[in-house]
Structures are given as structure tokens and as C-alpha cells.
Design a binder for this molecule. Structure first.
Ligand code: XUL
Ligand code: CO
Length: 438
């Protein structure tokens, strides 16, 4: 019997008048936006760890989820679970997925046993990918869950743990390659610290860089051409995560000569934990040439931790899609729903409502963003705001025709500058509302 028998057929686009909770109102996969089918711009992915494995447990209580595909933590059941996942992806028309090694296959008593388990599951994943045409957006290794990683993985004080993490990543990279993965993500899990007294930060950062260069070298060796990503997060599980935000990651990447190989996977809830917004993180990464992929979710403004909720805020998705389009769209990346249903939403059908909501919120954000870009109204106002740089001294500075001395001469002659132009923030906000609420 199907795990989702309530969902009789593939979820379809029914348009804005539809009241069917199992239909899309905005996500119309083949509809062209800026000349490209929506599905190829948005590149939705589902996260194996949340969708299939999240149990609903928290610090105060055990799991709540009804998940007919759980049960025994063994290879045959893990293979069955893969089939359930692909039924889910197919019914939602989700073209990509992402996984950690330990979500898809049970960890064995030894690394060898874990690797053998992975091989068995990869076989099933490969068959399902072939049957459905669904692809792997990225793979990753879980280097944070097991007690051995209590001090970190690549930044552990224990060299044997570094070695274990290297071997585990080697395998995760190989299976990602075997599955045709378009990318490979490094989220720094426990790469950070709790206490400066017991920590040699410089040594830990050097080790992390060594680890990354080994990953790059191994990718070359096996012919993996997918994109590497760093996923910034400021805190959780450690107090100070080394990959705090986009700026900290880019600094690390450049300092250690990794800029040719690593881009960023920006997660909305991680951005807000860093006291930024996702649009700030995306624009910063994009402006520096590091925008790779997005973990699409959202946090709760009243809670200070990573709640990993599904996106429902159209303003936010509009801003995200404006920035993605501004930097030319995704190449290898996509919108991966690194999001989980609430503990109280314990039935399998809730996974459908959650993903449908997230997909529609992004599809609507994309449509609004494309409208805003098409009229050029906002772009024109921004251009006007900076027009002192298009002629005269501004143009001369931009073309390297000045220094401090020549500018001193210029401004002494000119006298006190006037404030030039109002920022017109409120007008900008009203215009955005005009495009959002029609
Ligand atoms: C953790 C997180 C991870 C990464 C992959 O907060 O976002 O699931 O996306 O390891
Ligand atoms: Co994530």
C-alpha cells in the first residue's frame, strides 16, 4: 500500500481560484518566466533528513511523527524508505533531492559496514533516479551527530577524528558522484567552539583548510565536477561556528585559496540567526561571486533558534528571487527545502501541505520579482539615486582618475556638498506593495 494513499494523483497546478489543498495555485512548472520554465528557475529539492527522517523529537520530549516507513533501522527498510521518498517527490513534481550519508543508510559498527550499507542504498537511489528522472542536487556527510564528533570533525583536537571524518567524506563524495550529484555541501556541524580557554583557533582553522584541500583533490581524482558549497551558520550546535555568515565564509575561502572550488549555500534561518536577513546574505554572496544554492526555510521571529520552518512569506521569497535573478539564476544550485513540519503536524499528509505551501510561496515570489524586473521601475529609481556617479567627479573616481589630493582640491573649490537626494525608502516600499498586491 502506498504511504500516501490520501494523495490519489500527482499534485497539479489549478490556478489561483482553486481551493483544493492538494493543488498548486502558483507553481505551474512549465509556465515560462523571463523565457524559462518556472521549474528550471526554481529547481526545487526536498531534504531527505527532514522529510523522511525527522521524528518530531525535541529537548523536552520524544518523537511524535506517524511515519509508516520508519520501523527497523536496517538496510532492507532503508531501501523501502527510498521508494517512499521517490513516490513523494513524484507526487509533488519535485525534481531534485538532497541527503546526508547517515539519513539514507544506517550507520554500522565500523566505517566499512557503514560504507557497505551506503552501497546497498545507493543502488536503490540510482534505480529510482533512473525510473523517475529525479536528480540529486547535492550530497553531504553527517559529521556532527555521532558522539565521536563532540569536539568537531575537521577541527577536532583529536587527529584520529580528522582521519575518520576524511574517510567518511571520501565515501560521501564518491556516492554523490556516482549518483550524478550536481553539488556537495559542507555545513560546518560542530566546526566551531564553546570555550576560548581550551581552544587553539588558528590550528583548528588551518586543519579545516587542509581538509577542504583534500576534498578538492579527491574530487579531481574521481572526476567529480559538481560544485562545492559552504553553508554559513552562526551558532548551533557550537557557540561560535567558524562559518558564521557569508562574509566569514568568503574570508576563509579566500584566505586559504579555495575560491575556485567553493561557493555558498545560503540558508534563510541561518541568515536570521546571524542577525542578517537572507536577502543580505544572498546579495553579499552574489556581489562577491559566491552565490551557489539556497536552503529554503524560515525561522520564527519570537524564537532564537533554528526552527527550520517552511517558507510562507511572499515578501521574503520575492526578495530572494529578485536577487537570484539579478545574479543570473542558479547554475548547479536550487531551492532545497531544508525545512520540517511542526511537531504537532504529525501525519504524512502534512508533508504535502508543507511542500505545496513552500513551492507556491516561491512561485508567487518569482512571478512578482519578474514583474518588478520587467517594468524596470525600481531599477530606474535605484539608478537615479546613484546618478552622481554617472557624470563629473563620480565618473572620474570610478575610472581611477583621482586621489586624496585631487579630491581635496575639488571639494575645497566646490564648497559644502548638498545632501543630494532623499532615500525614499517609504516610496520604494509602497511600490513593492503595488506589485505584490494586485
Ligand atoms: C543544519 C543544516 C544542515 C545542512 C546540511 O542547520 O542546515 O541540515 O543543510 O548538513
Ligand atoms: Co541547511
Amino acid at each position: 500500500m502506498s504511504a500516501f494513499s490520501e494523495v490519489k494523483k500527482t499534485v497539479q497546478y489549478e490556478g489561483t481560484t482553486s481551493k483544493n489543498p492538494l493543488a498548486f495555485r502558483f507553481y505551474n512548472p512549465d509556465e515560462k518566466i523571463e523565457g524559462k520554465p518556472m521549474k528550471d528557475i526554481l529547481r526545487f529539492a526536498a531534504a531527505y533528513w527532514h522529510t523522511m527522517r525527522a521524528s518530531g523529537s525535541d529537548q523536552f520530549g520524544s518523537g511524535t511523527m506517524l511515519r509508516p516507513w520508519e520501523g527497523k533501522d536496517n538496510v532492507p527498510n532503508a531501501q523501502k524508505r527510498v521508494k517512499v521518498f521517490f513516490e513523494f517527490l513524484e507526487k509533488l513534481q519535485i525534481p531534485y533531492y538532497a541527503f546526508h550519508d547517515r539519513d539514507i543508510a544506517p550507520e554500522g559498527d565500523s566505517l566499512q559496514e557503514s560504507n557497505n550499507n551506503l552501497d546497498a542504498i545507493v543502488k536503490t537511489l540510482k534505480e529510482e533516479q533512473k525510473r523517475t528522472g529525479i536528480k540529486l542536487l547535492w550530497g553531504t556527510a553527517n559529521l556532527f551527530g555521532h558522539p565521536r564528533f563532540m569536539h568537531g570533525a575537521a577541527t577536532s583536537c583529536n587527529a584520529d577524528i580528522f582521519a575518520f571524518a576524511a574517510a567518511q567524506t571520501k565515501k560521501a563524495l564518491e556516492i554523490t558522484h556516482e549518483l550524478g550529484g550536481q553539488g556537495y555541501t559542507f555545513w560546518g556541524g560542530r566546526e566551531g567552539y564553546q570555550c576560548i580557554w581550551n581552544t587553539d583557533m588558528k590550528r583548528e582553522l588551518d586543519h579545516l583548510a587542509k581538509f577542504m584541500h583534500m576534498a578538492v583533490e579527491h574530487a579531481k581524482k574521481i572526476g567529480f565536477k559538481g560544485q562545492f558549497y559552504f553553508e554559513p551558520k552562526p551558532k548551533e550546535p557550537t557557540k561560535h561556528q567558524y562559518d558564521f555568515d557569508a562574509a566569514a565564509c568568503i574570508n576563509f575561502i579566500r584566505t586559504y585559496g579555495l575560491e575556485k572550488y567553493v561557493k555558498l549555500n545560503i540558508e534563510t534561518n541561518h541568515a536570521t540567526l546571524a542577525s542578517h536577513s537572507v536577502e543580505h546574505e544572498l546579495d553579499y554572496a552574489g556581489s562577491q561571486g559566491f552565490l551557489g544554492s539556497i536552503d529554503a526555510n524560515t525561522g520564527d521571529t519570537l524564537l532564537g533558534w533554528d526552527t527550520d520552518q517552511f517558507p510562507t512569506n511572499v515578501y521574503e521569497t520575492t526578495k530572494i528571487m529578485l536577487i537570484v535573478l539579478k545574479y543570473g539564476g542558479f547554475k548547479t544550485g536550487g531551492l532545497n527545502f531544508d525545512a520540517k513540519v511542526r511537531r504537532e503536524s504529525f501525519e504524512p499528509i502534512d508533508l504535502f501541505y508543507a511542500h505545496i505551501g513552500g513551492m507556491d510561496t516561491f512561485a508567487l515570489g518569482l512571478k512578482i520579482a519578474a514583474d518588478i524586473r520587467k517594468s524596470g521601475e525600481i531599477a530606474q529609481l535605484v539608478k537615479e539615486r546613484y546618478n552622481s556617479w554617472d557624470t563629473g567627479v563620480g565618473k572620474e573616481i570610478e575610472s581611477d582618475k583621482h586621489n586624496f589630493t585631487s579630491l581635496e582640491k575639488y571639494i575645497l573649490k566646490k564648497g559644502n556638498p548638498d545632501p543630494n537626494k532623499s532615500g525614499r525608502q517609504e516610496l520604494f516600499e509602497n511600490i513593492i506593495n503595488r506589485y505584490t498586491f494586485k
